[in-house]
Design a protein around this ligand. Structure first.
Ligand code: ZN
Length: 158
């Protein structure tokens, strides 16, 4: 595995709709491995392929020791709503309040090409929604009602 550079806000790849993964080949699997290492190195809860410069529909989420890797995800159901403060590896130093569903169900493929169904509530639903947005070319800063300096926020909490 190898660390990849994280694409930052301002790079137009983050505003483009990612393309379907048509064949799960070694290149795709290596990209997923590298995404996981890069996400963990940067203490992220999730990472989507466009964030490492690959405009393909796949992402990883890791919340409460639950690791989810999904290719060609589709949202099949959402319920409720929650207001949450979130940040993004591609927008370092900033957080914002975003409205997300309380519950999300998605279908997609795992790395073996098998169909999977995943469900999440609370923080997992937030992470799944956030990463899915990356595949649509949407950053949380486009949805957030308040965008603040993350470090100032931490100081206030202390
Ligand atoms: Zn993000």
């Amino acid at each position: 595995m190898a660390l990849r550079n994280i694409v930052l806000e301002g790079d137009e790849i983050l505003n483009k709709r990612a393309r379907e993964v048509t064949v799960i080949n070694d290149r795709i699997l290596i990209t997923l491995d590298d995404m996981l290492e890069t996400m963990r190195e940067n203490n992220g809860l999730g990472i989507a392929a466009p964030q490492v410069g690959i405009l393909r529909r796949m992402f990883i989420v890791e919340v409460d020791d639950q690791l989810i890797e999904i290719i060609n995800p589709e949202i099949v159901e959402t319920r409720g709503e929650q207001q949450v403060e979130e940040g993004c590896l591609s927008v370092p130093g900033l957080v914002g309040t975003v409205e997300r569903p309380e519950y999300v169900k998605m279908t997609g493929l795992n790395r073996k090409g098998e169909k999977i169904e995943i469900e999440g509530t609370g923080l997992l639903a937030v992470a799944l929604s956030h990463e899915y947005d990356h595949l649509e070319g949407i950053l949380f800063t486009q949805k957030a009602t308040e965008i603040r300096d993350a470090f100032v926020e931490e100081d206030i909490e202390e």
